[in-house]
Design a protein around this ligand. Structure first.
Ligand code: DHB
Ligand code: FE
Length: 308
């Protein structure tokens, strides 16, 4: 059986990719950002997943305004890197997993999620920057990748509730695949940011912190945040955060926080990052979940303190 062992939430700020590609990661502006991902890179190398499902959004590169799938599942064997105006990023091509992706489409459609099957798609910074942050600059990406593109660019974006439910259905789809595969799922984009208009540069650290806390402890509460609240409270592009709820839904009811990082600013974005491991019932019974309980108690105390 294939199993989703962990979820990764991360911003996908394009300037981060440029900093890596242009050899500027040691500049003072960038060192804190990359330092924040070091523990996760180590964790990723140790976890060594076979497959990464990357929930991301296209920024009018693969899809123009002719056709905009709300949920598009990448079923190709390979995905080229998009030219976003200054040439494709110098990163390896992304190798897909057509058999597992086709199985996921079948399972999800039978579960009444109307997925768009995408057999050809170029991938932009929304997907490549998260891979760079977790894997660095390898010759080839160490995992096969199934891209799941979510429309958060053209109104209306799907609700957080719908995304969370889709995550749950993805867990079911993956677990009904016959091969023994270790799978991780990325939720990408966010956190608070607005890149245009009079409110450009808006950051809401309180919103972002509550979102990271909720991912660990109370995803149902996050799933009930209406789309417009993301825009009003945390900037127009903060709506990208609904993609993190797909990731969280795919982990099951309980998750253990492994690493968290938050930094302002990188370009216009509040960079947020979290690594969550799925906690299954068996691990809990065996008493292997003490860290999780401690983390949850800490988070609860923090949340209570904030509410006072
Ligand atoms: C920025 C962030 C994004 O998520 C994006 O897609 C483009 C730009 C930024 O912070 O500059
Ligand atoms: Fe974006």
């Amino acid at each position: 059986m294939a199993k989703i062992v962990a979820g990764i939430g991360t911003s996908h700020t394009p300037a981060i990719g440029a900093a890596v590609d242009l050899g500027r990661t040691a500049e003072p502006y960038w060192t804190p950002v990359f330092a924040g991902y070091e523990p996760s890179k180590k964790w990723m190398a140790e976890t060594a997943p076979d497959v990464a499902i990357v929930v991301y959004n296209d920024h009018v590169n693969a899809f123009d305004f002719k056709i905009i799938p709300t949920f598009g599942l990448g079923c190709a064997a390979e995905f080229p890197i998009a030219d976003e105006g200054w040439g494709p990023r110098p990163v390896p091509p992304v190798v897909g997993y057509p058999e597992l992706a086709a199985h996921m489409v079948q399972s999800l459609v039978l579960d009444e999620f109307d997925m768009t099957i995408v057999n050809e798609m170029q991938l932009d910074h929304g997907l490549t920057v998260p891979l760079t942050l977790l894997y660095g600059q390898p010759e080839a990406w160490p995992a096969r990748v199934i891209p799941l593109s979510v429309n958060v660019v053209q109104y209306p974006a799907p609700t957080g509730h719908r995304c969370y439910a889709l995550g749950k259905a993805i867990k079911k789809a993956v677990e009904s695949w016959h091969e023994d595969l270790k799978v991780v799922i990325f939720g990408t984009g966010g956190m608070s940011h607005q890149i245009q208009g009079p409110r450009a540069g808006l950051i809401n650290t309180k919103f972002d912190t509550a979102f990271l806390d909720g991912l660990v402890d109370d995803p149902e509460r996050l799933a009930s945040i209406p789309p417009l609240k993301y825009l009003r409270d945390a900037g127009a592009e903060a709506i990208e955060l609904v993609m993190w709820l797909i990731m969280r839904g795919a982990l099951g009811p309980r998750a253990r926080e492994v690493h968290r990082f938050y930094h302002v600013p990188a370009s216009s974005t509040a960079v947020g990052h979290i690594v969550l491991e799925a906690v299954d019932g068996r691990a809990r019974k065996a008493g292997a979940n003490t860290t999780s309980r401690a983390t949850r108690a800490k988070t609860k105390a923090k949340t209570r303190a904030r509410r006072r």
